[in-house]
Design a protein around this ligand. Structure first.
Ligand SMILES: [Cu+2]
Length: 66
């Protein structure tokens, strides 16, 4: 499980875009995006850098939550 901090989401559409982007990364089994918290929980064993890139390609920023 990876937890990410997501920046730039403003509405449910953003939330859905980030969720879809994360779920498209190889190794991801599911992703849950929390719009109000600005975070995402990603299940599976995907590469963290690949998750961050996928989010960035949608126009948002992401970094690992510590
Ligand atoms: Cu939006």
């Amino acid at each position: 499980m990876n937890k990410l901090i997501i920046e730039g989401m403003t509405c449910a559409h953003c939330q859905a875009s980030v969720k879809n982007a994360l779920e498209g990364v190889p190794g991801v089994t599911s992703a849950a995006v929390d719009l109000s918290a600005g975070s995402a929980r990603v299940e599976g064993d995907a590469d963290v850098q690949a998750l961050i890139r996928a989010v960035e390609e949608e126009g948002y920023s992401a970094r690992p939550a510590t």
